[in-house]
Write a protein that binds this ligand. Structure first.
Ligand code: NAP
Length: 289
């Protein structure tokens, strides 16, 4: 099995390194070519000269791009070139509806598609410990598991196409609530004049401990908001959750509040910062009045 990857951002780069280590990665491509050439040289594999060249020469294509339109742009660009029988795996976070469109486009040329979003942050991508939630044909997933296991600690088959992305929406709703809770609590601790490092250490060991506090707690209190997970990308995910909920006439108050907060931060120019930049707002709110 020869695999290739399209999209070498914060997540794709770590994924590529781990798949390369397993020996399955033979080609990579990135829209900004510099990143691809640098990584290809580091890994001793080929940077494809074009997205079409990558598409026409491998059996498994892993995609990790930003948003719905980007995924469809990539699918349309590779569609005429991918070999029938090839398996395309999308690890980006997009809507279930977009996953269905991508699957239909590819099926018209006998190409398989799995929607396989991931969770675990850039650390998970780097360490090969991502959690992957997969929609599509389980038999196809079985075929590509050896490749995916190079970058994931947990791979769970969720059901038909779109159910991987549906599950990722659940994850993103939870991540919004956790971001609200951690940033608000640490801003409160700061306003109380508590020793923040000790607060994080002790709270992390108890019932309120969580991944976000472990990985972003200290950095946010030091005003370090390097991504990580860009706030603009989480905003995009929460808009997807909002429209999914609207279809069921359901309400997501935590998501609504987080979208309002992110809108404010994006207006102030913080879209490319980590989602922990929400701490900026909470600090203002904690010290107001
Ligand atoms: P990122 O660092 O911003 O990287 C985005 C990548 O997508 C870049 O390689 C970019 O190419 C490429 N890209 C964007 N639009 C494209 C287009 N139209 N055609 C071709 N390539 C395009 O983002 P990331 O953090 O890696 O996230 C990637 C995906 O994973 C997103 O859907 C995100 O929601 C999801 N995700 C992120 C995290 C996280 O913690 N960061 C965790 C789980 C899931 P250029 O280099 O040319 O810009």
């Amino acid at each position: 099995m020869q695999a290739g990857i399209i999209g070498l951002g914060a997540m794709g780069t770590g994924m590529a390194r781990n798949i390369a280590r397993s020996g399955y990665l033979t080609k990579l491509w990135n829209r900004t070519p510099d990143k691809a050439h640098k990584l290809a040289a580091e890994l001793g594999i080929e940077a494809a000269t074009s997205i079409q060249q990558l598409a026409s020469s491998i059996d498994i294509i892993i995609i990790c791009v930003s948003a719905d339109n980007d995924l469809l742009e990539v699918i349309n660009a590779i569609l005429p070139y991918v070999k029938p029988g090839c398996i395309v795996i999308d690890t980006s976070t997009v809507s279930s509806a977009t996953a269905l469109v991508a699957a239909d486009l590819l099926a018209s040329r006998q190409i398989h598609f799995l929607d396989a979003p991931v969770s675990g942050g850039v650390e998970g991508a780097k360490n090969g410990t991502l959690a992957m939630m997969v929609g599509g044909d389980n038999a196809i997933l079985d075929k590509v598991k050896p490749v995916l296991e190079a970058m994931c600690a947990r791979i769970i088959y969720m059901g038909k196409t779109g159910m991987g992305q549906g599950t990722k929406a659940v994850n993103q709703i939870m991540a919004a609530g956790i971001n609200q809770a951690v940033t608000e609590a640490l801003a409160f601790a700061q306003a109380e004049g508590l020793p923040l490092e000790k607060v994080i250490e002790v709270v992390a060991g108890g019932a309120a401990g969580n991944w976000f506090l472990d990985h972003r707690g200290l950095s946010m209190t030091q005003q370090d908001f390097q991504p990580g997970f860009k706030l603009g990308l989480h905003h995009k995910d929460l808009k997807i959750c909002q429209s999914m909920a609207a279809k069921n006439l359901a309400s997501l108050p935590g998501v609504e509040q987080t979208l309002l907060d992110y809108d404010e931060l994006i207006k102030e120019g913080y879209a490319d910062e980590d989602i922990s930049a929400l701490f900026r707002l909470k600090q203002r709110e904690s010290s107001a009045g």
